[in-house]
Write a protein that binds this ligand. Structure first.
Ligand code: C2E
Ligand code: MG
Ligand code: MG
Ligand code: MG
Length: 281
């Protein structure tokens, strides 16, 4: 009897796995068409200076208006995009869309045009002519390198570090700031951090989540902030969801904060309306 049950659950497991695999393959195929069907949109999430409480930058986050499913966010399809081989093409769309938005805000004389837009970059882009893509797109929209920043996830900084460093140097020398994203999730040694042309460290949200609840996370965050000081880079806490977390980060002298407690990622126009309302109030 027990054997039968076990077999039943194995079968169930197989079905679940098959279903997920099929969904995944379907998603990968649909990604091929998402660009031509114009289903992608950038949302923007504010970054705030912890001392002045002023918004000092925005992060562009990719959203997919999927025809069958609801709005899908990065977490749910970036890895499918990577497997579909479309990451570089999608990445170029993201760079173009962010620069176009920066230009639009400038043309509208919006105060948001002063805020640099941080663009998340996937490692394959770095090996696919990223400096040229950036240069051409900035030129196309007539905007300055200081209008954008790049964010690169730390855990992906394992491949061909020499090559990555040399490409990032080139980009950094052109005047574009570079942030290491999800810091603390990878294995960067201090010598790697020293060699990379970094301007900003973003502490991964997993360390912010239990801030104040566990002493170890508070100690880790404090250590990262001190390390950022030693490296003379700015430090940002991401995933700030509560007043308590914000208070601790303030006491630890973190430079910038980002998260649902500060502001949700929103479509460009909605965010612009919201920010202009709060500043004119
Ligand atoms: P990330 O760059 O670390 O972005 C932060 C993620 O955390 C975003 O998820 C954001 O919506 C979410 N988030 C922001 N504040 C909070 C908070 O207070 N609490 C919680 N729980 N979450 C918060 P999203 O948009 O799903 O993006 C996930 C990841 O996908 C990003 O992590 C980034 O690595 C990647 N991604 C997003 N857009 C792009 C893109 O245009 N290109 C590339 N290559 N990757 C992207
Ligand atoms: Mg990011
Ligand atoms: Mg992150
Ligand atoms: Mg992330």
């Amino acid at each position: 009897h027990a054997k039968q049950q076990r077999r039943g659950s194995v079968q169930f497991f197989h079905e679940e796995l098959n279903k997920r695999l099929l969904e995944r393959i379907q998603l990968e195929q649909e990604i091929q068409h998402a660009l031509e069907r114009n289903e992608f949109e950038l949302y923007y999430q504010p970054k705030v200076d912890i001392l002045s409480s002023q918004v000092i930058g925005l992060e562009a986050l990719l959203r997919w208006h999927h025809p069958r499913l609801e709005l899908i966010s990065g977490t749910d399809f970036i890895s499918a995009a990577a497997d579909s081989g479309q990451l570089v093409t999608i990445g170029e769309w993201v760079i173009n869309a962010a620069c176009e938005q920066a230009r639009r805000w400038r043309d509208n004389e919006s105060s948001l045009s002063k805020l640099p837009i941080a663009i998340n970059i996937a490692i394959p882009q770095i090996f696919a002519g990223l400096p040229g893509t950036l240069r051409r797109t900035l030129h196309k929209y007539g905007i300055l390198p200081s209008s954008i920043q790049l964010e690169i996830t730390e855990s992906l900084l394992i491949h061909d570090l020499e090559m990555v460093t040399s490409v990032l140097r080139q980009i950094s020398e052109s005047g574009i700031s570079i942030a290491i994203d999800d810091f603390g999730t990878g294995y960067s040694s201090l010598s790697v951090l020293k060699a990379l042309p970094i301007d900003i460290l973003k502490i991964d949200q997993s360390f912010i989540r239990d801030l104040g609840k566990t002493t170890s996370d508070t100690a880790i965050v404090a250590a990262i902030i001190n390390m950022a000081r030693a490296l003379a880079v700015r430090v940002v806490a991401e995933g700030v969801e509560t007043k308590e977390q914000l208070a601790i980060l303030r006491s630890l002298k973190c430079d910038e904060v980002q998260g649902f407690y500060i502001g949700q990622p929103l479509p460009a126009d909605t965010l612009a309306q919201q920010l202009l309302q709060t500043t004119s109030a």
